[in-house]
Design a protein around this ligand. Structure first.
Ligand code: IYR
Length: 226
């Protein structure tokens, strides 16, 4: 690999921790993240914008193809916009649940108990609408091809979910299909593809989660060490 003082700077941000500390931190982080649940009953308690901004900054620190950062986070907090998004999403979901999904898919969703009604899209204080940019570049105003767009936006979304959880916010990944309506409502160009909506806020008092969601595959099923 080529490095030179003109193009590179020394790496910072990595402490050489004792292995005991590394393990303790990894286990503590696991405990924290494993307590995350997808929440479908939200409180209307407001969440200040600066908390969402901090979480989105974490998302924006994600690695991406050629560092083009091919994402845009439209953070919708206005009651009118949330209503528009809910109405458009529910219209798609009604089609989905009344046939478009097909039997196998509906069967897979049955233990979660979802249906076409999405009241939380208005109750929750924030709908973070995430867009994937086909073109862009590393600097504002550039119009270059982006690479590994879905991988990059997926990684950024994972960091966003972790950041929200760490801040004490409940989230739900929501993917109405199709969701082209988001471009119009969020004023985003046609070159951007809606990726998903992350609902964020406080959980409602007495919120419930499906037992199905508590089933997590053991390590030996999800990993091998070669
Ligand atoms: N988007 C629909 C359906 C749905 C699909 C999957 I895959 C889920 O894990 C959950 C729901 C909905 O939000 O109801």
């Amino acid at each position: 690999m080529k490095t030179s003082p003109d193009t590179h700077v020394p790496l910072t941000g990595y402490a050489d921790l004792p292995e005991d500390d590394m393990l303790a931190r990894a286990l503590a982080f696991h405990d924290r993240m494993a307590a995350r649940r997808s929440v479908r009953q939200f409180s209307d308690k407001p969440v200040p914008q600066d908390i969402i901004e901090a979480c989105v900054r974490t998302a924006g620190s994600a690695p991406s193809g050629a560092n083009h950062q091919p994402w845009y986070f439209a953070c919708v907090g206005s009651a009118e916009k949330k209503r528009e998004i809910r109405e458009a999403a529910e219209a798609e979901e009604r089609e989905f649940y009344s046939g478009r999904a097909g039997e196998e898919w509906l069967d897979a969703l049955a233990p979660i108990g979802t249906d076409a009604d999405k009241p939380y899209m208005e109750t929750a204080p924030w709908l973070i609408c995430i867009f994937a940019q086909r073109r862009g570049g590393v600097r504002e105003g550039e119009d270059r091809k982006n690479y590994y767009i879905h991988e990059s936006v997926g990684i950024a979304t994972g960091l966003l979910i972790a950041a929200c959880h760490e801040a004490g916010l409940a989230t739900l990944v929501h993917t109405p299909n199709p969701m082209k309506f988001l471009n119009r409502i969020c004023n985003r160009p046609e070159t951007e593809k809606p990726f998903l909506i992350l609902v964020a806020g406080h959980p409602a008092d007495g919120a419930m989660v499906p037992k199905h969601a508590l089933i997590k595959k053991p390590l030996d099923e999800i990993a091998g060490f070669l």
